[in-house]
Design a binder for this molecule. Structure first.
Ligand code: SF4
Ligand code: SF4
Length: 438
């Protein structure tokens, strides 16, 4: 197994994976009611194709892709549509969702799986991935079928399956690798065939010895490499640089350096879609943190609520100070326990009040530690000031759009400056201005 070289910057947050890393995946029974958002992916909301009162089957399309970047949404259970209305969403916004009453029959729509899907041609594989609503399950949510088609004239040298899972709490990808290695390999092979990528590499964290043991016998010509245990080792640009030695240019895309990166859970979902005919209606979520009684990795249907997950792990062991969806470093705090799991929910963290305490920010002492850790080689202290003072042209000039929002600068700052908050604000303003017709 090759250990790849490190990347610039990064941090070493305390490893908090121990409480869930050796817990096998438990299957959560589908709850009585599921709230299935129309936005579970990057791009535009899907458009409902069912109405209140309709009966639906498990796996049935309930909303279809809408616009150039979008993905269809399928029913995670059989039952009845109770409502189509705005509900709490992982993003913090209120987003339209299809509310389904589970009839408990587990009655599936007809599935078109294939016993040996690698025999399918590239076009069919891409079509089936698109129809199954597969999106980047590592958090980005970009529709996978679109990512598999590089622009004309581009040949992909590498398909990298990203199993680094660098968030200090999340263990859902590690469990998938340990428990479903054949599925991950099949998903990788299917995506390599679809995209024309010449070589498949699976990148693991250097601590993932159990995952390596599970994969190595079955990997065949697939290379397995280990990444340094450093955050954000799972960042797309960082993985590409470490594995291939190639640097994605500022503002550029991975295909420009002949690489395509897909997450472990995405590979698993692709395998199930093509072999079993199961669309993207479930995923593994790590549920952990100081207020969780029994931290676990749960296989959950999309649309199950935070409360369903917390109950399944024994309820709160103590009053939580903060509940976060999507990881300790990049996730967002939630205000409603009815918020549902979506395709990009990697983990749910219920922090105790002590873990949630945020010290007050004090003036910058110009120590440059944020500069030293920034993997994008930016000047976070300057970008924060530009964001705060609404100097968006300056923020753009200093590379705000290259910020991968990893939060390493926030983490290291001794003055506890809200650096990422202002950098995100500047990025959003720059992007909004670019979209406005001139
Ligand atoms: S500026 Fe962006 S990329 Fe750099 S450390 Fe901060 S959040 Fe990460
Ligand atoms: S780490 Fe914090 S205190 Fe140090 S230079 Fe950056 S913003 Fe200023």
């Amino acid at each position: 197994m090759r250990r790849v070289r490190s990347f610039f910057g990064g941090i070493h947050p305390k490893d908090a994976k121990k409480s869930s890393s050796s817990t096998p995946i438990q299957h959560l029974s589908a709850p009585e009611t599921l709230v299935v958002p129309l936005l579970q992916h990057a791009g535009l909301e899907a458009k409902p194709v069912v109405a209140k009162g309709d009966e639906v089957l498990k796996g049935q399309v309930i909303a279809e892709a809408h616009g150039a970047i979008s993905a269809p949404v399928h029913s995670p259970v059989s039952g009845k549509v109770l409502a189509i209305e705005p509900r709490a969403h992982q993003s913090g916004h209120s987003i339209t969702a299809i509310v389904i009453e589970n009839d408990g029959n587990d009655a599936w729509v007809e599935r078109n799986g294939h016993s040996d899907p690698i025999q399918l041609d590239a076009k069919t594989i891409i079509e089936r991935i698109s129809e199954a609503g597969v999106v980047g399950m590592g958090g980005a949510g970009f529709p996978t079928a679109l990512k598999l088609v590089p622009p004309k004239g581009i040949t992909l040298d590498y398909l990298i399956i990203n199993g680094c899972e660098c968030d200090p709490y999340s263990t859902s990808d590690a469990r998938l690798l340990i428990e479903y290695p054949e599925d991950i390999i099949l998903g990788a092979q299917l995506m390599a065939k679809a995209s024309g990528a010449r070589k498949i590499v699976i990148a693991l964290a250097e601590t993932a010895s159990e995952a390596y043991a599970a994969l190595k016998e079955k990997a065949g010509s697939i290379e397995i490499v280990t990444m340094p245990s450093k955050y954000p080792g799972g960042g797309e640009k960082q993985v590409i640089q470490c594995v291939t030695g190639r640097e994605v240019p500022s503002g550029g895309m991975p295909h420009q350096v002949g690489a395509l990166v897909q997450n472990v859970a995405t590979a698993w979902t692709v395998a199930r879609a093509l072999r079993d005919g199961e669309p993207s209606i479930s995923r593994v979520v790590t549920v952990t943190g100081g207020s969780v009684a029994q931290p676990q990795n749960l296989m959950v249907p999309m649309g199950a609520s935070l409360e369903d997950l917390i109950q399944a792990t024994g309820g709160f062991s103590q009053r939580p100070g903060k509940v976060v969806m999507g990881g300790a470093m990049m996730g967002g705090a939630q205000f409603d326990l009815q918020t549902p799991v979506i395709k990009t929910t990697t983990c749910v963290l219920a922090f105790s009040e002590a873990e949630s305490r945020t010290p007050d920010a004090t003036p910058c002492i110009k120590c440059a530690r944020c500069v030293d850790v920034c993997p994008a080689q930016l000047l976070p202290l300057k970008l924060e000031a530009f964001g705060m003072n609404e100097r968006f042209d300056d923020a753009r000039e200093f590379g705000a759009l290259d910020c991968i929002e990893c939060g390493a600068c926030d983490f290291i700052c001794p003055a506890k400056r809200p650096l990422l908050q202002y950098i995100r604000f500047a990025k959003m303003e720059i992007i909004a201005r670019d979209k406005k017709p001139s």
